[in-house]
Design a binder for this molecule. Sequence first.
Ligand code: SF4
Ligand code: SF4
Length: 176
Amino acid sequence: MQLLTNRSKVVVNKEMTLMEKLYIPAIFGGMMITIKHLFRKKVTIQYPEQKREFSKVYRGKHILKRDEQGRENCTACGLCAVSCPAEAITMVAAERKKGEEHLYREEKYAANYEINMLRCIFCGLCEEACPKDAIYLTEELMPANYDRSNFIYGKDKLVQPLGTSAHPKTYKPYTK
Ligand code: SF4
Ligand code: SF4
């Protein structure tokens, strides 16, 4: 039979020497490798106490921004949903009523806005499509969860909490 490569080896079933049978050189060699690694620079980090520095273009959890007066920027135009390649965004639009001008910047707003984070691929196209400066991807990591339903992020998790920094790169997650 013609061989495809020249990497084949003939296996010799030779008798082991006494030293080989004792496994001492092999154990010693293995321990030397372990000891050598103890003094090498660690490549792992102790997350979550320690956090790795992210790339400047890292895209994490979304935020629906408010303006300087604390009003929601989103006008429920749907452009983010249309541009989303994963079809992860859904929303229900509503009309702003009299007396709600301090809550919503535009006459139309998103009464319901949801992102399915299990579908999202964090491409950032929603951010680019938004004409109202309303949606941004922050540097915040997506927390793990055991329940799939907890990955449907509604306005309660997406809208920027009042009193936090408006800039997505300096946005600090809300803690009660
Ligand atoms: S980041 Fe991309 S995949 Fe995720 S919601 Fe926005 S457009 Fe859709
Ligand atoms: S986030 Fe922007 S693009 Fe999406 S519905 Fe709101 S205003 Fe439109």
